[in-house]
Design a protein around this ligand. Structure first.
Ligand SMILES: [Zn+2]
Length: 156
């Protein structure tokens, strides 16, 4: 097997050099472009093999994207919570449940917020008037009414 054979599909002499190309790095729905990458591409299966310095650059860009994304999510959690005039404790009681320090951990980027919570926060950012609904939702009168129905069905 020669150096220019593809080690993914095995095609002989199929790896062609490229220089200064741009590639996307992705994290969830977020992405960022890395420019100036050198390497080889298989003409048969399109497998990419970066040269060592470019591989390093690409990996570093990926790590930075993850780091920046976590930081931005944490900052958004904090900004939106403050905009809604919640303490971290209120936010846990009304929105997330779980440990009393959950929001503090999200806002320090110690853990990522669960996706449904992050979506909810962003919805409330766009529609802060919905905060009024939270108290009633948490009192669960509607769910309790459904439970009474269930009980009545069982007794009939
Ligand atoms: Zn190939």
């Amino acid at each position: 097997m020669s150096k220019n054979d593809c080690c993914t599909c095995g095609a002989a002499n199929a790896m062609q050099a490229f220089k200064g190309r741009s590639f996307n790095v992705n994290f969830k729905q977020l992405n960022r472009v890395v420019h100036g990458l050198d390497g080889h591409e298989c003409t048969e299966c399109a497998e990419i093999e970066f040269d060592a310095p470019s591989a390093e650059l690409y990996a570093q860009a990926g790590d930075e994207l993850v780091e920046d994304a976590k930081r931005v999510m944490a900052e958004e959690m904090k900004r939106i919570r403050r905009k809604l005039h919640f303490t971290q404790k209120n936010a846990v009681q009304l929105l997330s449940g779980g440990g009393h320090n959950a929001f503090s951990r999200y806002e320090r980027a110690e853990v990522e917020p669960p996706k449904p919570l992050f979506v909810l926060m962003r919805l409330l950012d766009r529609h802060p008037e919905l905060v009024r609904e939270l108290q009633a939702i948490n009192e669960c009168a509607d769910i309790n009414a459904l439970l009474v129905q269930k009980q009545q069905q069982r007794e009939n």
